[in-house]
Write a protein that binds this ligand. Structure first.
Ligand code: B16
Ligand code: MG
Length: 215
């Protein structure tokens, strides 16, 4: 591809590992409803919105509730989840992230966040990452969930950079599809078996640097 002018980062699974806190909070809800929720089940929730995650969880437990009851469960889970976020520190930024961010800043490459999470602003604040981003698009600003490209297109628009000049870093299958649907180059973070639709797959941002960005 041509010159890259911007990098757009997913949050959970790319910059920080909040999936473990989502897991603990969803598991607590499942247990309260009388069924188990495994790590394998949790894989299905990565990159998926809060309410869609709840629907998957209830499907796993074989239970159904009214929309009002579901909203109350989602809120309950979020309260438990944010109690974990309250305790987060800058030490929880994943390996290689800050080095790569520094390189991007020095090279004048713009940076945006493209996350499904409504808690993204709070997580960035707790981990001291807010200042790195020129634009922050999170679950409070989008109306369509990944794999819809909305979150990443809003990021490019906010940066005033064409989608074809953006690279997205994503750990979830739905997120990779969203990036490709946005017409962006996508680097998958994690396993090639799950992220096969990405243009490239690496295990973590520790494996990324400015030179490798020359796709
Ligand atoms: P919240 P990302 C996503 O974040 C998580 O991967 C997903 O598990 C979660 O359900 C979703 O955010 C919504 O999060 O309940 O905090 O609004 O990977 O898009 O940064
Ligand atoms: Mg993610």
């Amino acid at each position: 591809m041509g010159t890259i002018k911007a990098c757009i980062f997913d949050l959970d699974g790319v910059v920080v590992d909040t999936a473990k806190y989502h897991y603990l909070a969803w598991k607590r809800l499942a247990n309260e409803l009388g069924f188990d929720f495994t790590h394998q089940d949790n894989e299905r929730l990565k990159g998926v919105s809060r309410i869609d995650s709840l629907n998957i969880l209830l499907e796993i437990g074989g239970q159904s509730f009214t929309p009002e009851e579901k909203l109350a469960f989602a809120e309950k889970k979020n309260n438990w989840y944010t109690q974990y976020i309250d305790k987060m520190t800058p030490d929880e930024v994943l390996p290689g992230v800050l080095d790569f961010f520094e390189q991007l800043k020095a090279a004048g490459i713009k940076m945006a966040l493209g996350s499904a999470s409504k808690n993204a602003g709070y997580i960035l604040q707790k981990t001291n990452l807010t200042h790195w981003f020129d634009v922050i698009v999170d679950g409070t600003k989008t109306s369509k969930a990944k794999p819809d490209p909305e979150v990443f297109l809003l990021g490019a628009k906010g940066l005033n950079i064409s989608p074809s000049e953006c690279v997205v870093f994503e750990d979830a299958e739905a997120g990779v599809e969203a990036a490709i649907n946005a017409g962006m180059f996508c680097v998958g973070i994690g396993s090639p078996a799950i992220l096969g639709k990405a243009n490239r797959v690496i295990p973590d941002l520790f494996e990324m640097n400015l030179k490798k960005l020359d796709f």
